[in-house]
Design a protein around this ligand. Structure first.
Ligand code: KIV
Ligand code: ZN
Length: 391
């Protein structure tokens, strides 16, 4: 059975860059864009050209260097923004304008002080105008997560008629439950005329920690694009993490979903984004965190040393991490100590292990983590060393 391709739309340089203190200059954005292209993302959202001259220039320069991915620029639903995006994208091989407007009751009432009818008109006008510049126009219904499904279906149908090629259904506030978000996508698939000719996109925020689950629910219900960022960075609690959704699809083949991502570049890309954006990846971050493949309890270490699959559901090498790490702490057993000693070239016999293990525990009680140099010292000061020299 052929797999279904899910497009990966990376918004690290737009939604991700909205994080306070994360502002990048054009040079840094170019380095990241080049890496994203290499990683195999299908779309790079390069910025919001009307927002500042710096963002405009960054989109121009990114458009010039990206070889494979579609380059996308964000706009609000007005002519000025759309013109700026079109101008900034003029060198892109595959340009896309991403335009849209808030569709929830609270956005219509408080943000726009408008009416649903007028919002539909603005949405149609924006899409039609964007179409005069590029073929590929993505429409976002901001706060779709809290938008009444019937109204959402209505506006989606209208923008498809105006030429939208992609429909972005953002859970802007990260409020939806996965079942709810999945049902929303299904509702649109069942009720919007012409939806079979466009791509439905999931854009989920992580305010309640459900961005990844919601994106997967969307895909299971027929969406075929996920908007995400490296390390899950983004407004407030962030966006869906690219590395998470990609690895979920890879590790669950029965879903029959696939991406173009070269997963072996995930860790290095994560490190690059961490370094340039100055936001540290939490150690327990799924897939790319420092501890994602580190085992410290004795029971787990013993299992992993016997067979990695006992406690690891993915191969670290598949995401570009060298190997599983066995962390030596006061909870580590003899198997872990023997394993780490072997890694530094010392093959301990069972008797030798019994000899050094109590000293290892004393050292581990004093320190949080026992390193290679500690192991070396423990062995050098034990009887093993003198016995080996004498024999
Ligand atoms: O979260 C959101 O709704 C957005 C849109 C601008 C696409 O980022
Ligand atoms: Zn967003």
């Amino acid at each position: 059975m052929s797999t279904n391709k899910v497009q990966i739309f990376d918004t690290t340089l737009r939604d991700g860059e909205q994080v306070p203190g994360c502002k990048l200059n054009t040079k840094e954005k170019l380095i990241i864009a080049e890496q994203l292209d290499l990683l195999g993302v299908d779309v790079i959202e390069a910025g919001f050209p009307a927002s500042s001259p710096g963002d405009f220039i960054s989109v121009v320069e990114i458009s010039k260097i990206v070889k494979n991915a579609t380059v996308c620029a964000l706009t609000r639903a007005n002519k000025h923004d759309i013109q700026a995006a079109a101008e900034a994208l003029k060198y892109a091989v595959k340009p896309r304008i991403h335009t849209g407007i808030g569709t929830s009751e609270s956005h219509i009432k408080f943000k726009f002080k408008s009416t649903p009818k007028k919002i539909i008109e603005r949405a149609k006008e924006a899409v039609s105008y964007a179409k005069t510049f590029v073929d590929d126009v993505e429409f976002y219904a901001e706060d779709a997560g809290r938008t009444d499904n019937k109204f959402l279906a209505q506006i989606c149908e209208e923008v498809i008629k105006s030429g939208a090629t992609v429909l972005n259904i953002p859970d802007t506030t990260g409020y939806c439950l996965p079942e709810e978000y999945g049902a929303k996508i299904k509702y649109l698939k069942d009720h919007v005329k012409g939806i079979e000719n466009v791509t439905i996109s999931c854009h989920c925020h992580n305010d309640l920690g459900m961005a990844t689950a919601n994106s997967i629910a969307g895909i299971k219900n027929g969406a075929r694009q996920i908007e995400c960022t490296i390390n899950g960075i983004g407004e407030r609690a962030g966006n869906t993490a690219l590395e998470e959704v990609v690895m979920i699809m890879k590790q669950h083949p029965y879903l029959n979903l696939d991406t173009n991502i070269n997963t072996q570049l995930l860790y290095s890309t994560s490190q690059m984004v961490q370094q340039h954006m100055g936001i540290n990846v939490q150690p327990n971050k799924a897939v790319v965190g420092e501890n994602a493949f580190a085992h410290s309890s004795g029971i787990h270490q013993d299992g992993v040393i016997k067979n990695r699959e006992t406690y690891e559901i993915m191969n670290p090498e598949d995401v570009g991490v060298d190997k599983t790490s066995i962390i030596l702490t006061a909870r580590s057993g003899r198997a872990a100590l023997a394993y780490r000693a072997k890694n530094i070239g010392i093959d301990l016999t069972k008797m030798e292990l019994d000899e050094v293990y109590p000293e290892f525990l004393r050292c581990a009680d004093k320190k949080k983590e026992v390193g290679d140099s500690d192991i070396q010292k423990i062995i050098n000061f034990s009887k093993i060393y003198s016995n080996r020299i004498a024999s």
